[in-house]
Design a protein around this ligand. Structure first.
Ligand SMILES: Nc1nc2c(ncn2[C@@H]2O[C@H](COP(=O)(O)OP(=O)(O)OP(=O)(O)O)[C@@H](O)[C@H]2O)c(=O)[nH]1
Ligand SMILES: [Mg+2]
Length: 309
């Protein structure tokens, strides 16, 4: 077994931090380590919190942490900011927001960044979630800003995704974008102390009615994090969704679909890793005005002939 996984089993929190750093750096030992991680998973609850900047995600997560800790469970938080290339950027604000939990051993807070692509970040986040699971956290929460494509990819990682919206922000328009309805398992109307809650709820209800495929109706939950209101309800709905995924046939087939897509994604990544070095060697003589289609075909053919494919 990989030495970092061994150390994590002994609750060595620095080993967990090192393992996540390995992902960020796309370390060559990564897959071996992750395979051991996968075998050591303990079935934590994976929760995603996403929404526009300033919607109150971190405040909500902070309240959720307290709620979960009250139940005697431990929780890890992965804060992902795809707009920032620097690890720690997201954490800076959250240090203030989640301050009270920083000295609690039952809480681990980490921000994620990668040197590579956004796709790489989604991949690394997914793997980090599993590492937190293998370490033994009962709940793993991923907080990510925005609802663009990269965030959607990140959210495919978790079992249950809550989309945080606020009244009169206009961000309800975002959920009409392709893919959002697909990933939102729960709608949270945060800042429910502000005007316009009824209107937003009405819009969401219509949307849910229009798009619900099976008997699973996407719940809409109102929260006021500044007053600690609605958090218990939110947690209850998160757990209910977990029951659906793991306790029903429809949930089971949904998880099967997700798992298959993940295998494809890993294959794509590994094949590219193999072809990349080869292609880069061949690519040195590509000229600015070359036909890119022809060059790509030539390189792929060479690769196949030399036993790669
Ligand atoms: N009125 C009101 N304000 C809230 C509520 N929840 C959060 N806020 C405020 O909204 C602001 C943004 O909160 P954050 O928790 O940092 O939001 P966020 O979504 O994590 O923000 P980013 O991480 O920057 O995208 C803060 O000033 C909060 O105090 C609420 O329920 N009602
Ligand atoms: Mg935040």
């Amino acid at each position: 077994m990989h030495h970092l996984v061994e150390r994590m089993k002994q609750s060595d929190i620095r080993a967990l931090a090192r393992a996540i750093t390995m992902l960020e750096n796309d370390h060559p030992e990564k897959l071996d380590m992750l395979s051991d991680v996968f075998a050591s998973k303990k079935h934590a609850r994976y929760v995603g919190i996403t929404g526009s900047p300033g919607a109150g995600k971190s405040s909500l997560v902070n309240r959720l942490i307290s709620h979960i800790r009250h139940e005697g469970k431990t929780v890890a938080i992965i804060a992902v900011d795809p707009t920032s290339p620097f690890s720690g950027g997201a954490l800076l604000g959250d240090r203030v927001r989640m301050n009270e939990h920083f000295t609690d051993d039952g809480v681990y807070i980490r921000s994620m960044a990668t040197r590579g692509s956004l796709g790489g970040l989604a991949r690394a986040t997914k793997d980090a979630v599993r590492i937190c699971d293998a370490y033994g956290f009962d709940v793993v929460i991923v907080e990510t800003v925005g609802v663009g494509q990269s965030e959607l990819d990140i959210m495919k990682i978790v079992d249950t995704t809550a989309l945080v919206l606020t009244p009169n922000s206009g961000d309800v328009l975002q959920i009409f974008k392709a893919g959002i309805m697909e990933i939102a398992d729960l709608f949270v109307i945060n800042k429910a102390d502000l005007d316009g809650v009824g209107k937003l709820k009405g819009l969401l209800k219509e949307l849910v009615m229009m798009t619900s495929r099976d008997e699973q109706i996407t719940p809409i939950i109102k929260t006021i994090t500044t007053e600690n209101k609605g958090i218990d309800k939110l947690w209850e709905k998160i757990n209910a969704h977990h029951e659906y995924l793991y306790g029903t046939e429809a949930g089971q087939s949904r998880r099967k679909r997700q798992q298959t897509l993940e295998v494809y994604e890993l294959i794509r990544e590994e094949i590219w890793r193999e072809v990349k070095a080869f292609a880069e060697n061949k690519a040195v003589d590509i000229n600015a005005d070359d036909d890119p289609y022809r060059r790509a075909q030539e390189i792929l053919n060479d690769w196949k002939q030399e036993g790669g494919g």
